[in-house]
Design a protein around this ligand. Structure first.
Ligand code: A3P
Length: 286
């Protein structure tokens, strides 16, 4: 990564287009409220999906915010410049997202009763999604070949560092029952079931009719058609959807179309090694 395009924040490289020292300070000083909901993802794990889902679960299925407010203002990133501009307009309860690791959370996450939803995705599909994202986003470096980008990813020289560090950091929190772990794959497999878990966690008693309405609205097809969620509001020179759309395939298992057997062996062995002393199980084989 070139230093002109990125800033370093506690060892994490972040694009200057989106973050600056003020926005990162704003995040560090942020005061969470007891009824806030924060979705945490490593990039390319379902962040904008949560930006669609959270307002609907919190407001009982009212489509107005997801049809009228761009995803980045509707459920802003804690660490991005936009937050300071929109924070006062967020509804109550508020929803936000972050890619930051747990140890960079502001102290108020711990002292408040805010709730956290950690969404994890198979890292092989994260790598593939990220590879295409690097091709379409002008604020990221050219990924090179898939094999080259795999090495960059495994070395953690990508946005928000190593996937394994991110997952580990959010598995070792003091949040107790204030954190819910969801997987991208379970959302693909059975979105209504994931929405039921989420709504119970957030203390929302949603009827089956509302769950089905939210699931329908948050389908890949519908989100791809929603200009407030598909990044079509972003100029092409910044994100070129002709190179690869942001909502690209929305599948679990697309990695099978990209990895050679050698790449798979290398990827699996690195990830397994980095997680070998962990006491949690991944829901997929590596
Ligand atoms: P693909 O590139 O594999 O299609 P993030 O929002 O964290 O950047 O993650 C982007 C990934 O989530 C993309 O994956 C995108 O298509 C997928 N995604 C977003 N909304 C989705 C939905 N409703 N259903 C399935 N996948 C979705």
């Amino acid at each position: 990564m070139t230093t002109e395009m990125f800033l370093s924040f506690h060892g994490l490289l972040l694009p200057k287009e989106i973050h600056d020292p003020e926005s990162l300070k704003f995040a560090q000083d942020f005061r969470f409220k007891d009824n806030d909901a924060l979705a945490v993802t490593y990039p390319k794990s379902g962040t904008i999906w949560m930006q669609e889902i959270l307002p609907l679960v919190l407001n009982g299925g009212d489509l107005t915010p997801v049809q009228t407010i761009a995803n980045w203002d509707r459920v802003p990133w804690l660490e991005e410049k936009r937050l300071a501009l929109v924070v006062d307009q967020l509804p109550n309860p508020r929803a936000m997202v972050t890619h930051l690791p747990y140890h960079l959370m502001p102290p108020s996450l711990q002292t408040s009763r805010a709730k956290v939803i950690y969404v994890m995705r198979n890292p092989k599909d994260v790598l593939v999604s990220s590879y295409y994202f690097h091709q379409m986003a002008a604020f990221l470096q050219d990924p090179g070949t898939f094999g080259e980008f795999m090495n960059t990813f495994l070395e953690g020289k990508v946005l928000f560092g190593k996937w394994t560090d991110h997952v580990k950091s959010w598995r070792h929190t003091e949040l107790g029952d204030r954190i819910l772990y969801l997987t991208y794959e379970e959302m693909v497999e059975d979105l209504p079931a994931a929405l039921r878990r989420l709504s119970v966690f957030l203390g929302r008693n949603l009827s089956e009719e509302v769950i089905q309405k939210i699931a329908e609205h948050c389908s890949f097809r519908n989100m791809k058609a929603n200009p407030m969620s598909n990044f079509s509001l972003v100029p092409n020179e910044y994100m070129d959807s002709k190179k690869s759309p942001f909502l690209r395939k929305g599948l679990a298992g697309d990695w099978k179309n990209h990895f050679s057997s050698e790449q798979l062996a290398k990827f699996s062995s690195v990830i397994k090694k980095e997680l070998e002393n962990e006491d949690f199980c991944l829901p997929w084989s590596l």
